[in-house]
Design a protein around this ligand. Structure first.
Ligand SMILES: Nc1nc2c(c(=O)[nH]1)N[C@H]1C(S)=C(S)[C@@H](COP(=O)(O)O)O[C@H]1N2
Ligand SMILES: [Mo]
Length: 252
């Protein structure tokens, strides 16, 4: 069966199952096709599964909306972050000259890229919307290296299913599936509106995932881990968000 007709078949089956016999049946189908999000066990589980599974089948390659330069917000709002810790302060005092991004897990060449190296990678730019789940949002131009470029350099192994990413800030870690990790708009950003990414917006390095809500765009990025399972990270729900009641998949 061709890819597209198989995909249509699964999507139709999911939608029909959800409509006719409730979300639980759809969730079983999603399970069979590996489309269950890591936080599916919670209260919103079957609903989360249906959202994630249908998004993945239908919009895997779709692009987040991009805007014109004239639409860039004049006064972007930086969400207050808690304390960043002593390691951050030390690096900031050194002008971030010692900042590294480690990459490990299911990769051929684990190691790290220095900030300088990442800045030297091919730059991709996007003018996109960053929306917080709390309701406010802004439009900015983000520039950086596509995450896909780093993953290709480091040699992601075929078993890879997710990329876990962590901030130097305690408690801030997220993960995305390979569809988002390899998506051309997912960037490791170092520049915002043509200038070095300000600390309050996540500088020196920030993950930008414009197809999902703001909380997936983790600031002060220090480490990526490629994995085939999220079970051993935190409480096994995929990221810090579901541990405090937000969904792992925050597609918009
Ligand atoms: N390290 C870190 N990353 C973070 C946060 C944070 O507090 N610490 N807040 C998140 C949330 S909830 C949102 S909505 C966005 C806010 O981005 P902004 O400050 O550019 O508006 O950053 C996300 N990334
Ligand atoms: Mo947020």
């Amino acid at each position: 069966m061709s890819k597209i007709s198989r995909r249509q078949l699964i999507t139709t089956a999911l939608a029909t199952a959800a409509g006719a016999s409730g979300l639980a049946v759809a969730a079983n189908l999603a399970q069979r096709y590996g489309l269950v999000p890591p936080d599916a066990g919670g209260v919103y589980g079957p609903g989360e599964t249906l959202t994630y599974a249908t998004q993945r089948l239908l919009t895997r390659h779709s692009l987040a909306r991009e805007f014109a330069p004239g639409q860039i917000s004049k006064f972007p709002f930086a969400n207050e972050t808690g304390a960043l810790g002593a390691a951050f302060t030390r690096s900031q005092q050194a002008g971030f000259s010692d900042w590294n991004l480690a990459i490990d897990g299911l990769v051929a060449h684990p190691g790290f890229f220095s900030l300088a190296e990442i800045r030297s990678f091919p730059v991709s730019k996007q003018i996109t919307h960053l929306a917080c789940e709390e309701g406010w949002s802004y439009i900015a131009e983000w520039s950086g290296a596509p995450l896909a470029h780093l993953l290709e350099k480091i040699g992601t192994l075929p078993q890879a299913r997710y990329v876990v990413y962590r901030s130097i800030q305690r408690g801030w870690w997220e993960s995305i599936d390979m569809a988002d990790a390899l998506h051309p708009q997912t960037l490791i950003t170092h520049t915002m509106n043509g200038r070095e990414l300000p600390v309050k917006f996540g500088g020196p390095l920030r993950m930008r995932v414009p197809r999902q809500l703001g909380y997936k765009s983790v600031k002060y990025l220090t480490r990526l881990t490629v994995t085939d399972s999220l079970k051993s990270f935190g409480k096994g729900l995929g990221s810090a968000s579901p541990e405090s009641g937000y969904s792992w998949y925050a597609g918009i």
